[in-house]
Design a protein around this ligand. Structure first.
Ligand SMILES: N[C@@H](CCC(=O)N[C@@H](CS)C(=O)NCC(=O)O)C(=O)O
Length: 240
């Protein structure tokens, strides 16, 4: 059984998609990052980096519980554990690994920073907005080119690389990504949305979000983007 300690953000959703694709037993444990639950001493024991998602596999390698942070590593772990959504052919497997790491190193961090400077930053910093928005648009071009060359992002099989990239690209209409200019990306995106596991993820993500919003009623949200405050929270929770 896999316990997923998470929020339905893109990094959380990619693991939910994998678990739904696998059809294995799993349970969502809500970690409400808007309330700062990622800084609780219990959660920090699972994820020292105070980020979601984290999994606990109750039947980990060699038997017994095994805990893992970092969504890309979690996807790879689940793929190796089950032998699914990871190609057996070595070239295809390494292609998949490249595109999984491309998501972790580029799509996630750049889209995340663009979101921060567009929507949350205290100051209106045009340089930062331009840098991350331009990077995001460039990355959509990389994805469009990749989808022109390959049926799926990793290789010609549907893999964990697709699951990792998809949730991050749901906001493409807000970035001016159109079917006319990014037809290959859009072909891939529609193929993702046609998958029942992806549809179940999207419905569950909305439900979990609503549940978390309800649980947060009357409670004070933390400012996720106040890096100094977050550093102090982590130090406070882990001080020895
Ligand atoms: N590289 C990490 C990134 C995880 C991450 O940044 N998670 C965000 C939500 S998408 C988070 O937990 N934020 C809480 C915080 O900033 O304190 C992964 O892919 O697992």
């Amino acid at each position: 059984m896999i316990e997923l300690h998470s929020s339905p953000t893109p990094n959380g959703q990619k693991v939910m998609i994998m678990l739904e694709e696998l059809g294995i037993e799993w349970k969502h444990h809500d970690v409400n990052i808007r309330l700062g639950e990622q800084f609780s001493p219990e959660y920090l024991k699972l994820s020292p980096n105070n980020r979601i998602p984290t999994i606990v596999d109750t039947d980990g390698p060699g038997g017994g519980r095994y805990t893992m942070m970092e969504s890309g590593a979690i996807l790879w772990y689940l793929a190796e554990k089950t032998g699914r959504f990871i190609p057996k052919d070595a070239r295809k497997r390494y292609d998949t690994l490249q595109w999984l790491i491309f998501q972790m190193a580029h799509v996630g961090p750049m889209f995340g920073q663009a979101n921060h400077f567009n929507n949350y930053a205290k100051d209106n910093i045009q340089y930062a907005k331009d840098r991350y928005n331009n990077e995001s648009v460039r990355l959509y071009r990389v994805l469009d080119n990749r989808a022109r060359a390959s049926t799926w992002m990793g290789c010609d099989e549907y893999t964990v690389a697709d699951m990792a990239i998809y949730p991050w690209t749901k906001g493409h209409p807000d970035r001016g990504i159109t079917e006319a200019e990014y037809p290959h990306f859009m072909r891939w995106f529609k193929a993702m949305e046609a998958r029942p596991a992806v549809q179940r993820n999207n419905a569950m993500a909305a439900e979990i979000r609503a549940r978390m919003t309800k649980a947060a009623e009357g409670k004070e949200a933390i400012n996720l983007y106040d890096t100094k405050d977050n550093a102090a929270r982590l130090a406070g929770a882990t001080r020895r």
